[in-house]
Structure formats: structure tokens, C-alpha cells
Design a protein around this ligand. Structure first.
Ligand SMILES: Cc1cc2nc3c(=O)[nH]c(=O)nc-3n(C[C@H](O)[C@H](O)[C@H](O)COP(=O)(O)OP(=O)(O)OC[C@H]3O[C@@H](n4cnc5c(N)ncnc54)[C@H](O)[C@@H]3O)c2cc1C
Length: 261
């Protein structure tokens, strides 16, 4: 690990000042992604601005048609929260499937979205639930947020404050875990907004999360679920593109059995 300065602001305004100290300063929340990257010398921040304990970033509340979750909210909190369970059950189901108890106790919603790992779980929920990502500078519609492998539209020093998830009629999340890490080999989030209106978001199989519009169209017309074109899917030591395509269809079928239809 390279040397760095550690700062622990007590408020958002203080964090916003500290991030300006150096162009290589970085926010750290749970540290579940950033610290391993630093240990492997893949990241070299000059300053770590620790926002993991700020109460303003740790909230869960219902606002009109949205469930609003603070960016600093830990995975375990989301998994256990009664408001999440009663309004967006799929989010609680997703959070309990992330990593292991240690990761769920430290990792945060904002850190997961900012990192945009192609096999991470929360990006699928954000996309299927028509989320708005609120930062200290603007509100970003989720369709504009993810920009490919480990990339988002967040600017240097931009602080994610909360995520607004549009409450669906019902929702669910299923994933096939990569055995060693727990990350998704394939993961499917389904959110239903009308009698025949389903949002289906897929993670783990490509260069980044995406809406599976062919499946959404099939569901809206009560037609058979298609199979993804495996030529465009990820191939690695864990699974072929063909296997991922097959399993994505299986997972969607399983997800539909978990919804009331
Ligand atoms: C063993 C292991 C297993 C895991 N398994 C899974 C899994 O199954 N599924 C899954 O989805 N994830 C998994 N993860 C990742 C985990 O979910 C992390 O919590 C997440 O990727 C990053 O969250 P964090 O709070 O730890 O972020 P950090 O590591 O602190 O930060 C990550 C990045 O986000 C930025 N950031 C953090 N918060 C903000 C903010 N509020 N505003 C702007 N930028 C911010 C940081 O600057 C940094 O660039 C796993 C991790 C480990 C170590």
C-alpha cells in the first residue's frame, strides 16, 4: 500500500472541503472495494476522506412514490429494514445476498453504485427501479448514470448523497453466485409497475448492467421468454457466454415464480 492521509469529516460540508485538498483525494465509505485496490497498489489516493459514518448519508425513508436510501447505508441495514421489506422486497432480498456478513456490515449502497462492478448487485436494482441518484451537485436519472465497466457519470469529488427508488407493485432479485466471491455470475432484478409492465435488469453477464428489453416486451405480451445473444456476453474462467445466457433465462423464470401473478 502507498502512504496516504486519512481524514474523518463530521459533516457533508467538511467532507466537501476536504475532497478539494488534492486532485488525488478520494472518498471512502465501507472500504470493501477501495481498500483491496489500495493493498494491491491498483489505487493510490493522496487522501482518504472517510464518509462511512456520516449520519446524513445513513437514512431510509418513504417519500411519495419513492423509497429513499442514503448513499452511506450499509448492505445489512437494507437487508433488515422493515420499510424496505414492505415497499421493495427485492431490495432486501438483494442486499442479503451480497458477499458475506463482514462485507454486508461495512459495504454501502453508494460505494457499490459508484464502483459499478459489472457483477455487482445494486446496479441491477437501481436500473430496474427507475432510480434517481442524488449527489451534492445534481440529480442523475439511472439511465445516464452507468457508463460501462467500472465507470459512472460521477465527476471527481462529486458526493453521492441518496438514491431514490421508484416503489413498484412488487419486485424480486435472484442470482447465481460465483462460488468464491459471492458476486453474480448472473443476476436478474424484476420490478413490476403495471399489470403487464415489468422492468428486468441483468447484472454479471456483460460489460455492465443492462435492461433486458426483449424479455420485458415478451412479458408484456405474455410471450415466451427469449434467450440473450451469448456472443455479446462475458466469457471468463468461471463461465462461458452461452452458460450465462442460459442461466439468465433460468433466473428470470425463477424470479417470476417468486412474484404473485
Ligand atoms: C469479499 C467481498 C465480496 C463481495 N461480494 C459482493 C457481492 O456479492 N455483490 C456485490 O454487489 N458486491 C460485492 N462486494 C463489494 C461490496 O458490495 C462493496 O460494498 C461495494 O462494492 C463498495 O462499497 P463500499 O462502501 O465498501 O465502497 P468503498 O470501497 O469505500 O468505495 C468504492 C468507491 O466508491 C466511491 N464512493 C463511495 N461512497 C461514495 C459516495 N457516497 N459518493 C461518491 N463516491 C463514493 C469511493 O471513492 C470509491 O471509489 C464484495 C466485496 C468483497 C470484499
Amino acid at each position: 500500500m502507498y502512504p496516504f492521509h486519512y481524514l474523518r469529516p463530521t459533516s457533508i460540508p467538511e467532507a466537501q472541503q476536504q475532497i478539494l485538498l488534492d486532485s488525488e483525494a478520494k472518498f471512502i465509505a465501507g472500504g470493501m472495494t477501495l481498500l483491496p485496490a489500495m493493498k494491491h497498489r491498483l489505487a493510490n489516493p493522496s487522501h482518504l476522506i472517510d464518509i462511512g459514518h456520516l449520519p446524513e448519508l445513513d437514512c431510509i425513508e418513504k417519500r411519495d412514490a419513492y423509497l429513499v436510501i442514503g448513499a452511506g447505508t450499509k448492505h445489512m441495514t437494507v437487508a433488515r429494514d422493515p420499510l424496505v421489506k414492505s415497499n421493495i422486497a427485492g431490495l432486501a432480498e438483494l442486499a442479503i445476498l451480497i458477499g458475506d456478513p463482514q462485507v454486508r456490515a461495512r459495504g454501502t449502497l453508494g460505494g457499490s453504485l459508484a464502483n459499478n462492478d459489472p457483477s455487482a448487485d445494486y446496479p441491477a436494482a437501481a436500473l430496474a427501479l427507475n432510480a434517481n441518484i442524488v449527489t451534492d451537485q445534481r440529480t442523475i436519472a439511472v439511465k445516464d448514470f452507468f457508463q460501462g465497466l467500472y465507470t459512472t457519470c460521477l465527476k471527481e469529488g462529486e458526493l453521492m448523497k441518496e438514491v431514490q427508488f421508484q416503489i413498484p407493485l412488487q419486485s424480486t432479485y435472484v442470482k447465481l453466485k460465483q462460488a468464491a466471491s459471492g458476486y453474480a455470475l448472473a443476476g436478474v432484478f424484476v420490478a413490476q409497475y403495471g399489470s403487464n409492465e415489468f422492468n428486468v435488469a441483468v447484472t454479471g453477464v456483460g460489460n455492465g448492467v443492462f435492461r433486458w428489453t426483449d424479455a420485458e416486451n415478451a412479458l408484456s405480451k405474455n410471450k415466451a421468454i427469449p434467450v440473450l445473444n451469448h456472443d455479446q456476453l462475458m466469457e471468463d474462467i468461471h463461465a462461458s457466454g452461452k452458460y450465462r445466457a442460459h442461466m439468465t433465462k433460468v433466473l428470470l423464470e425463477k424470479a417470476l415464480t417468486q412474484l404473485t401473478r
